[in-house]
Ligand binder design. Structure first.
Ligand code: FEO
Ligand code: CA
Ligand code: CA
Ligand code: CA
Length: 622
């Protein structure tokens, strides 16, 4: 405003160098402290972490889950104000790493932690997935888990949930065990997240196809094939002991996963709702915006190569004076999918776009397509509906976030090494895209319900160390330098002041195309100047993900996911591990070896939530 001094530069910290070490590094003047690790206690009856992974399936259900991912801090309201020292931290547990989850059998030469393969191992893996609701409080200046709080909750791959919205009760979501098509067990592969202004958490089911398999003959139909179902799955082997995950025994069970799930973290007895109006695909996160007209808009990415960006617009409007009345706004609305086109000129990494309605009655293409008998089938088969209307195939859409002041929307496109030169377009401009990019768009008239937008690339990540010729797209856009180079942007969110935080889940080999990029990391960008500065580096083999702030921005929570995972880990436990012992695995992948965060106690690293504070008590990044 006139008369005031200009705002200080957004980025007030000194950049950290890349790292190939096995620890977290933050800028001078900051502290990073581990708070909540896989296996930690949450309840008064939680068994103490044993360290050798000998916990049973039921014991795992009473401990912190594995692979902490997206999360959100819900502050308590104290005397009418939002607390920045106490609240509920709600987080996803995306998957598990069998090489660390199970105790190796004594004396076995190979597969010592997979054999014998038992029903309890399946249960333990299912219970390592899901959600934690964690009551956290700053006590004596240190954030602590309030073990035994009545708010604390674990949801797992077996917790009762309700399928709601237009696809609930449809024939494609009914099973022998659930004739209603609405009583589902479990949430899985909870990747990133969202939150609503009425105080609920949104968890997003991503690579759910990997949990299903069958020992019998199996030929995928068109729907199963489009969603990646196969007899082997990702090697989780759940179907060997749980017929719910056998594609022949329970063929509709996969249709009950791949949704956005809404959870009330303040009511530990509430039943989560899978919101089918938001479509079924490999959901990354859910960025919720209340539009000018009060409608609720949710931006959604489908994270796989050549998949799409969607948005949901509610039929009803949000009433801030009566949040409770908004509880089911996500059950009715319109689902759109994005087309990104080059606009007036090609090759300038900018253009225009439109949102195409996926509606059986209103979209002529879908109305004429026999694959979709009704709108429920459009939602269950959202990928096929999006194919039919010609949506733009993107380089793996990951997190989406709204700039707090401008309303501009940013989306990470993490990488797509499969894209060919002939498939390159203005928004996905590189063949063999190993580094990824961030696209941003402005809805027409600043209205988030609008059907058209213009877009540009905020950054084309790249490696100017490996590719010093700056005319080579592999070196990245001008705001990528030898000092801040990174690959595979994934987690991403704005803080209240408009700093853009970027987290990576990429290749940490530090060689070849990735030379000089080191371990996965978190960077901070100024959207106005486009400067990007590295804020944090993580331990070996991890990705950095999940970010949330206290209302005063003086505490930042992040997650360190899968420390010690090999760079070539296909996230397919049994196929990777067939014939290997953990010792073989680690010997073959020395870069993956991690002793973080407990100096290797029990021979295994642990995913963990980390609290970042500024030593002078200031805002993070300032
Ligand atoms: Fe679970 Fe797309 O990251
Ligand atoms: Ca263009
Ligand atoms: Ca992710
Ligand atoms: Ca990821």
């Amino acid at each position: 405003t006139p008369g005031t001094t200009p705002q200080a530069p957004l980025l007030g910290f000194a950049a950290v160098a890349t790292s190939t070490g096995d620890d977290i590094v933050v800028p001078s003047g900051y502290t990073a402290k581990v708070m909540y690790r896989w296996g930690d206690a949450l309840f008064n009856d939680s068994p103490a972490w044993k360290g050798d992974a000998s916990e049973s399936g039921l014991e795992q259900a009473r401990q912190a889950g594995d692979n902490n991912d997206g999360m959100h801090f819900f502050p308590f309201t104290v005397a009418g104000r939002q607390s920045s020292t106490e609240g509920l931290l709600v987080m996803n547990h995306e998957y598990c790493n069998y090489e660390y989850l199970f105790k190796p059998a004594a004396g076995g030469a190979v597969n010592t932690f997979l054999e014998p393969w038992t029903a309890d191992k399946v249960l333990k893996a299912q219970n390592a997935h899901g959600i934690s609701v964690v009551h956290v409080k700053k006590v004596g200046g240190v954030w602590q888990v309030q073990v035994g709080s009545s708010y604390n909750r674990r949801l797992t791959g077996n917790s009762p949930m309700t399928l709601s919205g237009p696809a609930a009760g449809h024939a494609l979501v009914k099973t022998a065990a659930d004739a209603t098509g609405s009583a589902v067990l479990g949430t899985l592969n909870n990747c990133a997240n969202g939150f609503t202004p009425w105080g609920t958490y949104l968890t997003c089911e991503e690579n759910v196809n990997g949990y299903f398999g069958t020992a019998a003959a199996f030929t995928a139909d068109a729907l199963q094939s489009r969603y990646g179902l196969s007899a082997g799955g990702f090697g989780y082997r759940w179907h060997e002991h749980d017929p719910r995950f056998d594609l022949n025994a329970t063929p509709n069970e996969p249709n009950r996963f791949g949704w956005v799930v809404e959870i009330d973290p303040f009511d530990a007895s509430s039943t989560p709702k899978k919101r089918t109006a938001l479509g079924r695909f490999k959901h990354e996160n859910a960025c919720l915006v209340v539009a000018k007209n009060g409608k609720v808009v949710v931006y959604l990415g489908d994270d796989e190569r050549y998949e799409y960006i969607y948005k949901f617009v509610s039929d009803g409007v949000y009433n801030p004076s009566n949040p409770a009345a908004s509880r089911d706004l996500l059950d009715a609305g319109k689902l759109y999918v994005a087309q990104f086109t080059a606009g007036a000129s090609t090759g300038d990494f900018a253009g225009v776009g439109q949102w195409v309605l996926l509606d059986k009655a209103a979209n002529a293409t879908l109305a004429a397509d026999a694959r979709f008998a009704d709108q429920a089938e459009v939602l269950i088969k959202a990928r096929q509906a999006a194919d039919a209307v010609g949506a733009t195939k993107m380089d793996r859409p990951e997190w989406i976030s709204k700039h707090p002041a401008s309303g501009e929307i940013y989306c990470t496109l993490t990488n797509n090494s499969s894209r060919t030169a002939g498939q390159a377009d203005d928004a996905n401009p590189r063949a063999s895209n190993r580094w990824g990019q961030i696209v941003r768009w402005r809805e027409a008239g600043g209205d988030h319900t609008a059907l058209s937008f213009d877009w540009d690339l905020f950054v084309l990540a790249g490696n100017p160390i490996a590719y010093p010729d700056r005319t080579d797209l592999k070196s990245g856009s001008a705001n990528v330098t030898a000092a801040n180079t990174f690959n595979s942007p994934d987690g991403m969110a704005f803080d209240a002041d408009g700093r853009l935080w970027i987290q990576t889940d990429g290749n940490f080999s530090n060689a070849g195309n990735y030379a000089g990029q080191g371990n996965n990391q978190m960077l901070c960008a100024d959207p106005a100047t486009k400067e990007i500065r590295r804020f944090l580096t993580g331990p070996s083999g991890c990705e950095i993900t999940g970010l949330s702030f206290t209302p005063d921005s003086t505490t930042m929570f992040i997650n360190v996911q899968h420390p010690g995972e090999a760079s070539d880990h296909p996230r397919r436990p049994a196929t990777l591990l067939a014939g290997q012992s953990m010792e073989d695995y680690l010997a073959r992948n020395p870069l993956a070896f991690s002793r973080w965060p407990d100096n290797g106690a029990g021979g295994r690293p642990r995913s963990a939530t980390v609290v970042i504070t500024k030593n002078d008590g200031g805002k993070i990044g300032s």
